[in-house]
Write a protein that binds this ligand. Structure first.
Ligand SMILES: *Cc1c(COP(=O)(O)O)cnc(C)c1O
Length: 403
């Protein structure tokens, strides 16, 4: 069986984890702080905070921005549940909009939904392909949007407009206008979950790129405290001689990354641009070459003049099929010992959001994309022969179902 996305565990990672285990420091400490510095340098952003998941990171940012009951947050219907769940956790309302043919958020739909309750917009870089940030930023910074905005609290007043927070769970290393993911929004949140391009098992990072007059060191400080009980000193700071005394300045959360997990990230980040991304790109190109002459295949866009994917998910679509046919094709592919997946079931199809009143028919492009979509395996150790096997399995399955 060709798996969908197994983690890559090799001796250097094992050695780094063992080194941490033996160091006597296994929770948040020097390695987490090093990973934050390495990520900031990699993305070219002023500051990064590592956390235990992208979900936690996004929720904490919304809370830091005082998003609460009565507020609205605009996000695409085509995303993983996490993007909307965090809005629900804050007591605010997720306002869903349809996506474009390339799976990214439809800005024209966003424009129709912005009102005086809008506190944030969360674009999602689906599959690692960056959204149209120039257009999104132009809109969110426009006089029209600023005039509608009703700031509450210190951070909203400072920003003077809705927050632009990217769900960058897929897009570490993606490029927009030659700049890395993390540089486009006010804040971008990466995921290091087991199936992502770079994994720490579970984990995430908040890449900050706030405009003036925000001060990154102090935002980092307050988020760091918020992610660890609201405690004024973290465990490492308390180890200093006589430095035991701490205060709790707010009822904070518990979402810190540990040094055991950071060990994986430190090693993986070193080879990310030189090995991980290039190999993933090769696999994407091999799939495109294999399917570009098939009349039934709709290939994903992953590179244009102004942007380039992180090559996270290869989102193949089959032209003109129904959802049921797509499901049958997937079954046929599995029967040939190849694992594939679907990214994603749009949120209005999920019980939670259906029960909240969201209707799939209001998001026709999202449903159309979803109903014809099959995600193919992409990972560093997938061999050329295996890619060939995947391509044959897909072609056989499609022919069997639609011809
Ligand atoms: C994986 C994923 C998340 C959640 O990441 P975690 O680190 O597991 O919390 C959020 N959004 C998208 C689009 C994802 O794929």
């Amino acid at each position: 069986m060709i798996p969908f996305s197994p983690p890559k565990i090799y001796q250097e990672i094992i050695d780094e984890v063992v080194d941490t285990l033996k160091s006597g420091w296994i929770t948040t400490g020097p390695k987490t702080k090093q990973l934050e510095k390495d990520l900031s340098a990699y993305c070219a952003v002023p500051k990064t905070l590592c956390v235990n998941s992208a979900t936690f990171g996004m929720e904490m940012i919304l809370r830091w921005f005082d998003v609460k009951e009565g507020d609205e947050v605009i996000l695409p219907a085509y995303t993983y549940c996490s993007t909307a769940n965090v809005v629900v956790h804050c007591g605010a309302k997720p306002v869903m909009v349809d996506c474009l043919d390339d799976f990214s958020i439809n800005l024209e739909e966003v424009k129709k939904k912005v009102n005086s309750r809008t506190k944030a917009i969360i674009p999602v870089d689906i599959g690692g392909y960056p959204c149209d940030y120039d257009a999104i930023k132009k809109f969110i910074k426009s006089k029209e949007v600023k005039d509608l905005f009703k700031p509450e609290g210190e951070n909203q007043t400072k920003l003077g407009r809705p927050l632009l927070m990217t769900d960058a769970a897929h897009s570490l290393g993606a490029l927009y206008n030659g700049l890395k993911s993390g540089t486009q929004a006010d804040v971008s949140v990466f995921s290091f979950h087991a199936v992502k391009n770079l994994t720490t098992g579970e984990g995430g990072a908040i890449a900050m790129n706030f405009p003036e007059p925000f001060e990154h060191d102090s935002i980092y400080q307050s988020l760091n405290i918020k992610s660890l009980h609201g405690q004024s000193k973290d465990a490492l700071a308390k180890t200093g001689k006589g430095a035991w005394k701490y205060d709790v300045v707010e009822a904070g959360y518990k979402g810190n990354m540990t040094d055991i997990l950071a060990s994986l990230g430190l090693v993986e980040l070193k080879r990310y641009d030189s090995e991980t991304i290039p190999r993933r790109k090769e696999i994407f190109d091999q799939y495109t070459k294999a399917f570009e002459n098939e009349a039934w295949a709709q290939l994903p866009t992953y590179k244009k003049e102004d942007r380039e994917s992180s090559y996270h998910l290869y989102l193949l679509r089959i032209k003109g099929i129904t959802e049921a046919q797509r499901d049958q094709i997937i079954q046929e592919i599995f029967d040939q010992e190849v694992s594939v997946n679907v990214h994603y079931r749009p949120l209005p199809l999920l019980t939670q959001y259906k029960n909240m009143g969201y209707k799939m028919e209001n998001y026709p492009v999202a449903f159309n994309n979803y109903s014809r979509e099959i995600t193919l395996p992409v990972y560093y150790d997938l061999t050329d022969d295996q890619v060939e096997t995947v391509c044959m399995a897909v072609k056989n399955a499609v022919k069997k179902i639609i011809e």
